[in-house]
Each structure stands twice: as C-alpha cells, then as structure tokens.
Design a protein around this ligand. Structure first.
Ligand SMILES: [Zn+2]
Ligand SMILES: [Zn+2]
Ligand SMILES: [Zn+2]
Length: 142
C-alpha cells in the first residue's frame, strides 16, 4: 500500500497538509462538491480557505490523482476513483450521482465515424435518469 505521501511524491507534487487532507477526504469515496470537501478538510485541519481547497483539487486533478466531473446544471464534483474511465449516471430529480463501469475501460470508449482530423482522447458519457428514491416519490405522487 502506498501512502498518500508516496502518491503525491510519485506525481512530482510537494507533500503539504492540505493536499494530504483533501486526498484523505476523497478516499472516503463518493462524488463531492468543493463545499463539502472544504467542510471535511476543515474538520481535519485548523483552517483552510476555500481557494486553497480549489488550488489543491486543481493540482490533484492535473496530476491524475483526482477526477473532476461536472454534470450539466450542477457544480463540479471531485472523486478519487481515477484511471478506469468509468462513467456516471445522474438523477434528474435530486442530482444524485452513481458510478457506472465502462464496458471498454479505456478512453475514448466511443469511436466516431469521423473525427474531423482531431486526435480524440476522451468521450464524455453521462447517463441521465431517475434514482430509486425519486422514482418511489414519483410513484407515490401519481
Ligand atoms: Zn433522485
Ligand atoms: Zn465516479
Ligand atoms: Zn465507456
């Protein structure tokens, strides 16, 4: 098991307490908004600004240690599950997000008929629908 310190060093990032705290928060899992990440980081460190958390998330994302997702109509979220090109299903009712494994596993997992000369490195696939609790609520309202 590599520690968070080793992880940062292996990507050429300096080890700092905010970076370790953000990695620790992301390791808990889920797709977290910056506000939530900041709240949890503050529970671990005495004080950290929202801007500092943004900076850390930017550095971690560029280094491939976190993944940023931004479903239409909702704020950016970050997760620690990286490198497997998984996709997301987003609830139209409440914004709940769940992971969906990519059938192909590598990016881009869709090949367009014509790429107009572009070298394509990503196909952004987002599934939209209603989560179980929103479906239940809708059924109860009907
Ligand atoms: Zn829902
Ligand atoms: Zn995910
Ligand atoms: Zn895929």
């Amino acid at each position: 098991m590599s520690s968070a310190e080793d992880l940062l060093r292996s990507r050429g990032l300096r080890v700092t307490r905010p970076r370790l705290a953000v990695l620790d928060v992301l390791a808990d899992g889920g797709h977290l908004e910056v506000e939530e990440i900041t709240r949890r980081v503050r529970a671990r460190l005495d004080s950290v600004s929202t801007q500092a958390v943004y900076d850390v998330l930017g550095a971690l994302s560029r280094a491939g240690l976190s993944r940023r997702i931004e479903p239409a109509g909702s704020p950016a979220r970050y997760e620690a599950r990286v490198g497997d090109n998984h996709h997301h299903v987003v609830c139209r009712g409440c914004g709940e997000i769940a992971d969906i494994d990519c059938a192909v596993g590598e990016t881009p997992c869709l090949d367009p008929d014509t790429a107009h000369g572009f070298e394509i490195d990503e196909a952004e696939v987002t599934f939209w629908g209603l989560c179980p609790s929103c479906r239940a609520r809708r059924a109860a309202d009907a």
